[in-house]
Design a binder for this molecule. Sequence first.
Ligand code: PGA
Length: 247
Amino acid sequence: MRKKILAANWKMNLTQPQVLDWLKVFHDLDWHQPQQELRIYPSSIYLKELVSTGLHVGAQNVFAEQKGAFTGEIAVEQLQSIDVQSVLIGHSERRLIFKEDDALIAQKVRTCTGAGFPFILCCGEAIEQREQGQHLAHVESQLKSALEQFDPAQHSLLTIAYEPIWAIGSGMSARTDQISEMHAFIRDFLEKELGAIAHQIPILYGGSVNSQNASELFSCPSVDGALVGGASLDAQHFHQLWQALSA
Ligand code: PGA
């Protein structure tokens, strides 16, 4: 059985005192659920402090090169050296705002797999692509490019997050039929590319997941968990998603 994952993507939010408040609330709640994995993706300045709490802590970004003159960037080896456990690759905000293209994302995937470093590979279409019926083809091309040289033997490093761009931060999540269609399509793609081990790769949904829609979204058998932005900034709210995932 695939593990379920609930991942908080804090993006560029929370100050140091707010992180401490978040942790205070977090520690007062019951997160015991052996079948589920909780992950926090904070701004990089908080990585070390959060690692010390024993949580699964991941980075929101990593550079494709191994080391050197790349001002402002962080290397996989540096993340591993402070026990960061995973990284997000190809988030739509990185693609759109920071102009990361498929080639760079593929290079990041290769760097992570080369270092044995787990990653969540994000994919998803824009609203225009969906309206033109291009959503499946678009996601396929994103995954094809990113996973071109991916070795099936390293499947345990890979998690996919399907995040339609129009659903991120919009308050309007995708419908369950849209998610089921895309997740089934991604699963088929992975099986074609990687073989039977594709069934062990978690596929998360992301895009306006909140306490109102979580139960419905998590009732989709193809949804192995969620990557959550806005609703993860409040530990109490995030806990409601955790409970919805275990129901
Ligand atoms: P959201 O963000 O939950 O605020 O829509 C999700 C994401 O971008 O990972």
